[in-house]
Every structure is written in C-alpha cells, then in structure tokens.
Design a protein around this ligand. Structure first.
Ligand SMILES: [Zn+2]
Length: 303
C-alpha cells in the first residue's frame, strides 16, 4: 500500500498537467489512517506524533486548489505545496504528511538531533526550511530518486512563492537556482535508474530536464530536450508539447527568464547583479577607513 501510494504520489506529481491527475494526487496528500478530528478541533486539523521525539504537531489538511493551469516549471499555482510536508517543532524532523508517523531508523534520528534540531522552529514556520529538512532526510536515507525529485521540485515552488513583490531578493534567487540544479541532477539520475513507466511520463521528464536547464542559466543544454518534446508533442501530450515548443524558442535565443506573478525574473541578470553587489561590497570594504576602536566598557553614567 505504502509503495503504491508513494509511486502514485510521485507519478501524479510529475504528470501534473491534466486536471484529472491533479485531483488524484491531491488525494494522496491526505493522511489516510487518521481518525476524524475531535469535535472541538477546527475541521481538517490533525495532530501528528513525531517518530523521533514523540512531540505533537498540528497539521491542517490543505483545501482544494482551483484551476488546472501550470507554470513552465510545472508548478500548479493553486496547489498548497507547503502543506504537504510536516515539520516537528520539537526536533526539526520533517516528512511528507502521509508518512510522517512512520517508524524512523536510528541514523536518521541522529541526523535530526545533531544537524536539523538547530532550525526546528524555522522548519515549523517556514515551508522553505521544512522542505530543506525533508530533502536532506530523503537524501540521507537514499530514498527513491523520484521521491527526492518531488521534494526538491516542490521546495523550489515554495521558494518561488516567497519572492517579494516589486523587488528582487538576490539571496532567494540564488537558493532557487541551487535547488533547481539539484532537482535536475536527481532527475537525470532518475531517468537512468527509475525511468517512468509510460512514454508520456518519459517525455514529461525530458521536458522538465530541459526547462530546468534553461531556468538555471544553461539554455544551450535545454535546446535538444525541449526540441525533442516539441517534435513529439503528440506522444508527450498537448500541454507539455505546447510548453516545449514555446520554451525551445526562448532557449535558442539564450533567454533564461521566467514570468512569475506578472514579474519577469532572469537568472542570468540576477547573477550579474549579485556579482556587482559583491564587487561593490568588496570595494567598499577596501576604501572605507578603519572604524574607530569601540571602548570595551560603556562610559559610566554621570552621577
Ligand atoms: Zn520531533
């Protein structure tokens, strides 16, 4: 059951275009074995017990999103990705909601206590940190690559949604680029070791491989994948095929930008700005006079 559910999760997470598929994989995110909440609790709130330290964590079951449309990196804009992972505030352990209470081996417990514990509060409050912990745990456990891919991909979606309105957060963009790079590396290993069962699934992975290459600033590496998917759009499915034909033209022009919530983000432009900023900081440090030495004790207050 667990294996079937996991494969359904990952399969559906990547076969993301069709509205019917959306409905299928949202269902997977619900905790299957939880009883109905007690009458005094708000509807849809469940309490999970952490398998590492036994702490209790409330989890709100995500409501249904609306609209089947997707961004070019296959993010469903209305999908509540942040809610699919649960992080324990007691210790920083994080896992998919439908597997959170599963038994955990001793080496994972050590990883949690030694490494993840420090940011336990952040993981509870910020989906980016929760996904970071999840991705680290899955990598540490050598979880199936498709599972790790889903975690990294969803992590990238959660990062995108933290983009501030009206300005570019360079640190956030750098993190997004790095997580996308990791997702693409995992995807390439998964293509070899855990290929999708269907031809259509394989084309979707090929599309994602190409589009992620473009979005991390390597459009040259994106062209052949996107071109192949565009050419075989009939096999890939109309939505993926249409995306591929549009994105391959941009990749050919060396265009690495993406639209998000009406703003244009370009990874290459952002990298240039980041380099400029670091350069300015460096120059500022070199030319600035030495700050005067601070007295180690505050001056005594006048009597
Ligand atoms: Zn815990």
């Amino acid at each position: 059951m667990a294996v079937r559910m996991r494969s359904t999760w990952v399969f559906a997470a990547l076969l993301v275009i069709a509205a019917s598929t959306l409905g299928e994989w949202r269902g997977v995110a619900q905790p299957p074995a939880k009883p109905a909440p007690p009458p005094e609790a708000p509807p849809g709130v469940f309490t999970f017990t952490c398998p590492v330290d036994g702490a209790k964590t409330n989890w709100v079951q995500p409501g249904p999103g609306a609209g089947p449309s997707r961004n070019t990196d296959l993010e469903g804009p209305a999908t509540p990705y942040q809610s699919y992972v649960v992080a324990c505030e007691g210790c920083g352990y994080a896992m998919w909601a439908d597997r959170f209470e599963n038994r955990v081996d001793d080496t994972t417990k050590r990883l949690v206590r030694r490494v993840l514990y420090e940011r336990r509060h952040e993981a509870r409050q910020d989906g980016r940190v929760a996904y970071e912990h999840l991705a680290r745990i899955l990598a540490y456990q050598r979880a199936p690559l498709t599972d790790q891919l889903t975690a990294n991909l969803f992590w990238s979606y959660v990062i995108k949604r933290k983009r501030p309105v009206g300005r570019v957060d360079l640190k956030l963009e750098a993190q997004l680029r790095d997580v996308r790079r990791t997702a693409r590396n995992i995807l390439q290993r998964a293509k070899a070791d855990e290929p999708p069962a269907t031809t259509r699934g394989m084309w979707e992975w090929t599309y994602l491989d190409g589009e992620l290459a473009r979005l991390v600033g390597e459009p040259d590496k994106a062209v052949s994948d996107l071109n192949a998917v565009c050419k075989y759009a009939a096999e890939a499915g109309p939505a993926i095929g249409k995306f591929a034909c549009a994105q391959v033209e941009r990749a050919r022009r060396g265009d690495t930008s993406e639209f998000f919530r009406g703003e244009l983000y370009d990874v290459r432009q952002i990298e240039i700005e980041e380099k400029d900023r670091l350069e300015r900081e460096k120059q500022g440090k070199e030319s600035a006079p030495e700050p005067p030495a601070q007295p180690s004790e505050p001056a005594p207050a006048p009597q």
